[in-house]
Design a protein around this ligand. Structure first.
Ligand SMILES: [Zn+2]
Length: 290
């Protein structure tokens, strides 16, 4: 009879992952799966595939004023949930690994700011961030929280019933919710303060839009200087993230993929952990961070 009281949390391939990250200068590439525990859904994950919502596209947003108006009305309603989302154990684990000097760079496909809220610094937001707006006319970047104040002033009585019903409508990854079409006419949008009229866009990369080249170059530079690339919570469906896995593999930089469920990069991965991030990352930091 030994002194064993409870079995350790079993995480498959944790030894291999620990060895890789323990070598230092690991670059993290994170996706939507890291934020699902914070209540932000994944378009392509288990919940995402069930959603009726189609993501906003660059073409609709820039060419169709009604589409843009629809986005902002929905975003106004969804913003509170985005603003209230809190980092989870996964975000805190990444920050702890960074503080311990083991993570040399963080590239995220997420626009929710939760890495930073969890204590991480120098986060490269590949697809931008919902906490900022950019003017399509003059390029001025402004705070989304300040826009929210202006929108509240302009829309004192705007409290539409979301399509899905209930007091807490399910927010989409873009930070918007489904609203009935007739509610849109009651919403008043405000424009850019800097140039006095330019249409505002959240500072995020929409579907159909390209990631700014300097940002891509910065991410490539982090990856090619890394000792390993660690993908967290991404199925790597879009090339915007997958290309970094391809580059790392080409350069002979070991790739680890931690994701519950299969990913497009599985045959490029040296270490593949198929388990929930909320279990894997705390187990990893327990081994590596004193
Ligand atoms: Zn402007």
């Amino acid at each position: 009879m030994g002194g064993v009281t409870a079995p350790p949390t079993v995480v498959p391939d944790l030894d291999e992952l620990t060895a890789l990250v323990g070598n230092g200068n690991a670059v993290v590439l994170s996706g939507a799966g890291l934020s699902t525990d914070s209540g932000i859904p994944d378009y392509r994950g288990a919940t995402g595939s069930l959603r009726r919502h189609t993501p906003m596209t660059w073409q609709t947003f820039t060419r169709d004023p009604r589409g843009r108006h629809r986005y902002w009305a929905r975003s106004y309603v969804g913003w509170r949930q985005i603003a209230e989302a809190r980092p989870n154990d996964g975000h805190r684990a990444v920050a702890a690994l960074q503080q311990a000097g083991l993570v040399g760079g963080i590239v995220t496909q997420n626009v929710d700011g939760l890495h930073q809220a969890g204590g991480a610094v120098d986060v490269l937001e590949l697809h931008g961030g919902l906490d900022r707006t950019v003017c399509l006319q003059c390029g001025d970047v402004a705070s989304r929280a300040e826009l929210d104040v202006r929108l509240r002033e302009a829309n004192p009585g705007f409290r539409p019933e979301p399509v899905e019903g209930g007091a807490e409508p399910a927010v989409n990854p873009d930070g918007d919710v489904e609203l009935p079409e007739e509610a849109l006419d009651d919403f008043v949008m405000v424009e850019c303060l800097a140039c006095g009229g330019g249409p505002l866009k959240p500072d995020v990369v929409f579907f159909g839009e390209t990631v700014p080249p300097d940002r891509v170059a910065q991410a490539y530079s982090l990856v090619t200087c890394a000792r390993s690339l660690v993908v967290l919570g991404s199925s790597l469906t879009v090339m915007s993230g997958y290309r970094f896995v391809l580059r790392a593999a080409k350069e002979g930089i070991p790739v680890a993929i931690v994701n519950a469920g299969p990913t497009r990069g599985d045959d490029k991965a040296d270490v593949r952990v198929d388990a929930p991030l909320g279990r894997v990352l705390p187990a990893l930091t327990a081994r590596l961070v004193r």
